[in-house]
Design a protein around this ligand. Structure first.
Ligand code: AMP
Ligand code: GLY
Length: 423
C-alpha cells in the first residue's frame, strides 16, 4: 500500500513513523514533509493548502491512502477534495472539521447537546460584546471564532483589558477574518488534559491521555506557543474522570455531529479542563495534537493504518486500541525567540545518536536539507521523545537526549512534566 501524508511538522513525523511500522505499507509519500520525515518517506515540496497540486501528486503516485493531518487544509476541505478524486482519505470532511474551524459552532453544539463546557455568548459586533462585558465576572476569556494558529484566545483580568481585547479581535482584526465573530466565555480553573480519539462517524475509540505545555517559558510564563512539550499519560486523568468523559462528552459529541448531519470521521482531540466541578471541554480540534502525537503514538500498539481504515469504513467498533503500560515525555527544542522572531538556517548536529535506540525518538518539526546538511527551518525544530517505565524515568531520559543534539540558538523549557511530581 502507498500512503500520502499531508503536513510537515513533528506530528506528521510521528504519524509517518507509525505508518512505517504497518506491515501493509510499502511506500510513504509526504507533502511537504521535512528533513526527518525524508528518511522514511519521499517528500514533495507542495504546501498543505495547494489542493490542486496535492491532488495531482496523489494521482501521479497512484497512492492508496491519504492522511490529512493539519487543521487549515481540513477546515478548508482537503479531505473532501481527495475523497472526491477517488482516494481513501483519513480526516474529517469540511462540514465536520467546523468542530475546530468555528468556536461559535462548537460552543453552540455543546450547549444544544448538554456537553459540559464554560458558559459563553457569541458576538458578531464589537459594541454588543463590549456591552456584555459590563456585567461579566473577571477574568474573562475572549476567543476569535476562526482558526488563528492557536493564538486567538485572550484571558483578560479587567474590564479595560477585555475591551481592548475585543477591539484587537473584532476591529483591528489581529487574527484576520478569524475575528469576524467572537466568543466570550467564563474563565475556568483546573488542570488541562488532551485526549485524542479515533472516530468513524458513529463509534469512538479513546487513545491514552496527554498534557501539553503551551507557554514559551518555564513555570508557564511567556507567550502562548504551539506547544513546548508533552507527557503521556496524564496522572490527573483518572479512571473516574475517564468514565465521566466517556459518558457525557466523547460519545455525546460524536452523536451530536451525526445529528447535525456533519458525521465526523478522523481524530477528535478533546481539550479538557478538570475543574473543581468536573471535566469541561475547553476546545475541540479536528486532528491529532502537536506535540501530543509525539507522546501518544509511540505508545500505541495497534497498526495505525488498520485503525485509520476502520475510521473511513465505519468499522471502528471492531477495533480495540492498545497502549503500552509505560510513559513518554517529549521536550521541544525550539529556535530562541519563538513564538516571535527567531533566526534559522543553523546546522543541526548529533542526529545520528538516535539511531537504533528503541526508547528514543527525534521528531523533526522545523528542519530541512541545505547543502547536504540538516538545518533549522522553523520555530519548533525538534521534538525529543523518550519512553520509560514511569513518567519520571521518561522525563529523565528525554532531557538526557536533548543534550545529544546541538544547533545555534537552541532553546527549550526545563520543566516539561514537572507537574507529575505533584500527582
Ligand atoms: P484554546 O485554543 O481554546 O485551547 O485556548 C488556549 C488556551 O487558553 C487553553 O489551553 C487554556 O489554557 C486557555 N483557555 C481557553 N479557554 C479557557 C477558559 N474558558 N478558562 C480558562 N482558560 C482557558
Ligand atoms: N498541542 C495543542 C494543539 O495541537 O492544538
Amino acid at each position: 500500500m502507498k500512503v500520502l501524508i499531508i503536513g510537515g511538522g513533528g506530528r506528521e513525523h510521528a504519524i509517518a513513523q507509525s505508518v512505517a511500522k504497518s506491515p501493509k505499507v510499502d511506500k510513504i509519500y509526504c507533502a511537504p514533509g521535512n528533513a526527518g520525515i525524508a528518511e522514511i518517506a519521499e517528500c514533495a515540496p507542495i504546501g498543505v493548502m495547494e489542493f490542486d497540486k496535492l491532488k495531482e501528486y496523489a494521482i501521479e503516485k497512484a497512492v492508496d491512502f491519504v492522511i490529512v493531518a493539519p487543521d487549515d487544509p481540513l477546515v478548508a476541505g482537503l479531505a473532501d477534495v481527495m475523497t472526491e478524486a477517488g482516494f481513501k482519505t483519513f480526516g474529517p470532511s469540511k462540514a465536520a472539521a467546523i468542530l475546530e474551524g468555528s468556536k461559535a459552532f462548537s460552543k453552540d453544539l455543546m450547549k444544544k447537546y448538554n456537553i459540559p463546557t464554560a458558559a459563553y455568548d457569541t458576538f458578531d459586533d464589537a459594541d454588543a460584546a463590549i456591552d456584555y462585558l459590563k456585567n461579566s465576572k473577571f477574568p474573562v476569556v475572549l476567543k476569535a471564532d476562526g482558526l488563528a494558529l492557536g493564538k486567538g484566545v485572550l484571558i483578560c483580568n479587567t474590564y479595560e483589558e477585555a475591551v481592548a481585547g475585543v477591539k484587537e479581535i473584532m476591529l483591528d482584526k489581529k487574527f484576520g477574518t478569524a475575528g469576524n465573530r467572537m466568543v466570550i466565555e467564563e474563565f475556568m480553573t483546573g488542570r488541562e488534559v488532551s485526549v485524542l480519539t479515533f472516530v468513524d462517524g458513529k463509534n469512538i475509540q479513546v487513545m491514552t491521555s496527554a498534557q501539553d505545555h503551551k507557554r514559551a517559558k518555564d513555570g508557564d510564563e511567556g507567550l502562548n506557543t504551539g506547544g513546548m512539550g508533552t507527557f503521556s499519560p496524564s496522572p490527573f486523568y483518572t479512571d473516574e474522570v475517564d468514565a465521566f468523559c466517556r459518558k457525557y462528552i466523547y460519545q455525546a459529541t460524536v452523536d451530536a455531529m451525526r445529528a447535525e448531519g456533519r458525521e465526523f470521521k478522523g481524530v477528535i482531540f478533546f481539550g479538557l479542563m478538570l475543574t473543581p466541578d468536573g471535566p469541561r471541554v475547553l476546545e475541540y480540534n479536528a486532528r491529532f495534537g502537536d506535540p501530543e502525537t509525539q507522546v501518544v503514538l509511540p505508545r500505541m500498539k495497534n497498526d495505525i493504518i488498520e485503525v485509520m481504515e476502520a475510521c473511513v469504513d465505519g468499522t471502528l467498533d471492531q477495533v480495540t486500541l492498545e497502549f503500552e503500560d509505560n510513559a513518554a515525555v517529549c521536550v521541544v527544542l525550539a529556535s530562541d525567540g519563538y513564538p516571535l522572531a527567531y533566526e534559522k538556517g543553523f546546522e543541526i548536529k548529533g542526529l545520528d545518536a538516535f539511531a537504533g535506540k528503541d526508547d528514543y525518538f527525534c521528531f523533526h518539526a522545523g528542519s530541512k536539507f541545505a547543502e547536504e546538511k540538516v538545518v533549522t527551518a522553523g520555530g519548533r525544530v525538534l521534538g525529543i521523545t523518550a519512553k520509560g517505565d514511569t513518567l519520571k524515568e521518561a522525563r529523565t531520559k528525554a532531557y538526557a537526549a536533548t543534550e545529544w543534539v546541538s544547533f545555534d540558538n537552541k532553546y527549550m523549557r526545563h520543566d516539561i512534566g514537572k507537574a507529575i511530581d505533584e500527582a
